[in-house]
Design a binder for this molecule. Structure first.
Ligand SMILES: Nc1nc2c(ncn2[C@@H]2O[C@H](COP(=O)(O)OP(=O)(O)OP(=O)(O)O)[C@@H](O)[C@H]2O)c(=O)[nH]1
Ligand SMILES: [Mg+2]
Length: 445
């Protein structure tokens, strides 16, 4: 008798505790529920299946760096959730990277379904919130006939009336979906079968369209963890930061360290071409961001870095983007002021424009990072852009592009490294008379 009891307890521990209840197991429970034994097993199992998954996606034309900002909003949301709700085990599924408008290098093949680990340091993200990659989610989430079915998808939408009238108030209202709201602008998709990030084996059970305005924390009431185990939010960029620039914002931001290999490549480049090392430049920081120290004495390498955003900015933001001649003269003035001779340029411009810039700055050494084939093949356009950002973040002085999120992320990294603010929050102007400011979002320790 005692033996049988022990066996039962062992069985429950081995097979029930903390494993998500699969759809097949559900069917098993329904079929056998006339048997007390099976019933008991099922109850225990559903009781202990506490894993809950949150997924999200962002409007497809949005670039890499705005997407990183959306991650911070989500991360702070999850952080609070994990803190306040001990009943469930919340996990964030990191949305794979792919199909971004700016990733144009053709010879390296399709840049889709890229895991976060290619660009970011996952253990570092995990020190802030529980995150898993999409491929891990597909493995660990219950699936039926190799199909992973998400329980519900909320398609967030702006309330156009608010934008028309200018009267904004919080809203989180399920509305009837229109054809337009369900038209996902991905070529392989159709109305009821959207392939998330190109995964044809990921489907969904329930889709709800939501007029949403307000802070991301308000999405908590859409989670309903006793009903749904997996909840996906599309157009997550619509949900606003709970507190942009707060201490919590910066904790989430600090956790976004890059893949260590990208730092190594950037550091090699700094050492060889820019005479820059952390030791000499007073830019050493702890490998563990939770041990970060409040400091503002970073010196930076003996070079000026400029982020010269061109391409779509030349059209969309022509009133703030300078000509190459004007950019060169602004760079020259700053370099002379600081007595610098080395210039590092991060840019999405053409070879022709870059050479043009070099011609204007012939008395200086003007460099840009050119990836080897192996670096480009491995880390793709996204990784090369991050290397550019890292190199900019270690410069003695940084000049960015007005209202570019690529520039914002560099400024944040410089805040984390501990530079005096006056070396960081500077941008190129349209011309010398008219000059905007990006604002100055300083780190909060
Ligand atoms: N390698 C490299 N790529 C760049 C550079 N500037 C822009 N890009 C590419 O262009 C993309 C810019 O898009 P976002 O990341 O959205 O940043 P943004 O367009 O400057 O900012 P928004 O105003 O939000 O659109 C980057 O993600 C890169 O892929 C650069 O200096 N170096
Ligand atoms: Mg952009």
């Amino acid at each position: 008798m005692l033996n049988l009891l022990c066996f039962k307890i062992l069985y429950l521990i081995l097979f029930c505790i903390d494993f998500p209840q699969t759809a097949t197991e559900n069917a098993f429970c329904d079929e056998k529920d006339q048997y007390e034994e099976a019933d008991k097993r099922c109850n225990v199992q559903s009781h202990y299946s506490r894993n809950r998954y949150i997924l999200y996606d962002v409007n497809s034309p949005e670039g890499f760096n705005l997407r990183r900002d959306v991650y911070i909003r989500v991360a702070v949301f999850i952080k609070n959730l994990v803190k306040q709700d001990k009943e469930f085990k919340w996990k964030l599924v990191l949305p794979p990277w792919g199909n971004l408008y700016h990733w144009r290098t053709k010879q390296i093949g399709p840049q889709t379904q890229l895991p976060w680990s290619l660009f970011f340091d996952i253990p570092s993200l995990q020190k802030y919130i529980p995150v898993i990659e999409m491929h891990q989610f597909i493995q660990e989430y219950p699936s039926e006939e190799k199909q992973t079915q998400l329980d519900v998808i909320y398609v967030l939408q702006n309330d156009e009336d608010m934008f028309r009238t200018g009267k904004f108030e919080d809203k989180n209202e399920v509305i009837e979906c229109t054809d337009e709201s369900l038209t996902y602008n991905k070529p392989e998709s159709n109305r009821y079968n959207r392939y998330f990030w190109g995964y044809s084996n990921v489907t969904f059970g329930n889709v709800k369209c939501v007029k949403f305005h307000g802070m991301i924390s308000d999405l908590r009431r859409n989670l309903m963890p006793t009903v749904y185990r997996s909840v996906m939010f599309d157009h997550m960029e619509i949900a606003l930061h709970d507190s942009y620039g707060s201490h919590e914002y910066w904790r989430a931001r600090c956790s976004m360290r890059y893949n260590p290999e990208l730092y190594s490549i950037a550091n090699e480049y700094r050492k060889h071409f820019l005479n820059s090392t952390d030791k000499d430049d007073n830019t050493e920081i702890s490998n563990d961001w939770t041990k970060k120290k409040n400091k503002r004495d970073a010196l930076g390498g003996p070079y000026l870095a400029v982020h010269l955003r061109r391409r779509d900015f030349l059209v969309g933001r022509s009133s703030t983007v300078p000509t190459i001649e004007s950019a060169a003269s602004q760079v020259k003035k700053t370099m002379d002021h600081f007595g610098l001779k080395l210039l590092f340029v991060a840019t999405d411009t053409t070879e022709e424009e870059f050479n043009n810039l070099k011609d204007y700055l012939f008395e200086y050494t003007v460099l840009r990072f050119i990836p080897s084939n192996s670096v480009l093949n491995k880390f793709k356009d996204g990784g090369v852009a991050i290397i550019d950002q890292i190199i900019c973040s270690y410069a003695r002085y940084f000049l960015g592009t007005y209202e570019s999120t690529f520039t914002f992320r560099i400024q944040e990294d410089r805040e984390i490294i501990g530079f005096p603010t006056e070396t960081t929050f500077n941008v190129l102007c349209k011309d010398t008379k008219k000059c905007g400011s990006n604002g100055q979002w300083e780190i909060v320790w």
